[in-house]
Design a protein around this ligand. Sequence first.
Ligand code: N01
Length: 519
Amino acid sequence: MLHRLRGLGMTARVFEAGADVGGTWYWNRYPGARCDIESMQYSFSFSEELQQEWEWTERFAPQPEILRYANHVADRFGLRSDIAFNTRVTGAAFDKARWTVRTDRGDAVSARFCIMATGCLSTGRLPEIEGIDRFAGRAYHTGAWPHEGVDFTGQRVGVIGTGSSAIQSIPVIAQQAAQLFVFQRTPNFSVPARNAPLTPDHGSPNTPSAAAGRPRCGRASSTISAKPRRLRSRPRRASASTPRAGRRAGSTSLAPTPILLTSKEANDTAAEFVRGRIRSIVRDPVTAALLAPTSHSIGTKRICVDTGYFETFNRENVTLVDLQAAPIEAITPDGLRTRDAEYALDALVFATGFDAMTGSLLRMDITGSGGRTLADKWAAGLRTYLGLMTAGFPNLFTITGPGSPSVLSNMIVSIEQHVDWIADCLAYLRSHGIAEIEASSAAEDAWVEHVNAAAELTLYPQANSWYLGANIPGKPRVFMPYIGGVGVYRETCEDVAARGYAGFDLTLRPRLRERSAAE
Ligand code: N01
């Protein structure tokens, strides 16, 4: 976004809470962290030179390599000089056609436009467990991992949670720890990554197949894979071919096909196939049964991509603790107590997720026109137009905001799409003498209704997922990302722009307003 704004000749200031660039890949340094989208697709396409010079070394890039990529991009385009690091934005208020952005360093910066690039999974969440502050050992959250790394050698370690972060870190921690206890409340579907090194010939995002794949990614109907598909309103028959998806490696399996999302019968077939794979890997039948998800349909929570996760439970030093049978009662100075047992621990890992999509926005005190706060506006559930703006907050944009495909898509591709749309919009406003742009309430209402209707066509709302805010006590239950497909979504955004930003209220600059009134 900064690069595009500079290209438009605009001045911009970026505020970043971290000490360096990278976002998710700066904070999430837990052992085993890697992308679950193939590296070749997880690359920027805005610069031909960048594509020529970068080479990935693995099919699914590990966190340190993606962080190096982010640093390379920042250096390559000289971005750091306009970024204030170690600076957290505490609030932003709109008054007299300008935003004032305040930071924890005492800045109060005035700007015509404010763009939130705060990420979808950037506010970590610790569970409310009695005694959580009294643990005498070392405690870590996967989303705020120490930069120097953690050596678990010889330790008794507990991991709370079995989502994507846990499923990636558990196999690595198990190799170090003397004893590993995995505290599981809900098992998750996971498929093997089948990660592999990429040869120099195949590691460049500029290879013809990778370069060709990215635009397709951005136009696909459903989320991550590049193959165009459309959501159907009527489910088709379950197909014997469905389990084939489970045999394919990695990210292609991450994008559930429409039939899996709409037909319970087809979904059950695929889910049973994956459960069968788990039973074939895990030797102890009781542990295998506990690891096999039955409480949600496959794909209605993010499907995890793992390297040796289920195999890890065959190790002598790994114990699965079923919290459904015996919930956690307290964390004690010496470890953790469930209803049935005490577990002595030296270290505790919270792989307990994030206040997704709205958490980082609502953590700031954002006040729109008329003094209304975003927290107040979204108290009963978030409302946006296209996930790009929200009515009552002029000139405030959100990159991959709630109500856009965001977390259901390849984030790099969706970030580029939003950056381009916002940059083009700002150029349009300038060339047309427009001072303010704001989502109209009518367009927002229609979009919210459409986002909800699309979600209701699928099995998604039936799962207690973070997509719905179900992991945060008291959070309104709203399906936050747009499930209608990235291709449909992109076309909608393009069409809105082509029609002079239909659904947005545009306010001319005062002098132009007077001239146009006189005419
Ligand atoms: O978090 P999660 P995550 N007691 O919310 C459990 C992306 N990501 O950090 O389901 C006991 O999925 C909770 O249990 P339950 C990806 O989009 C991507 O793993 O609420 N357990 C659950 O098991 C992903 O979906 C990558 O019953 C408690 C876990 O904690 C998203 O980030 C890698 C508990 C939280 O799982 C979030 O993943 C990592 C409690 N009180 C993440 N509270 C890749 O690209 C919570 N839990 C590969």
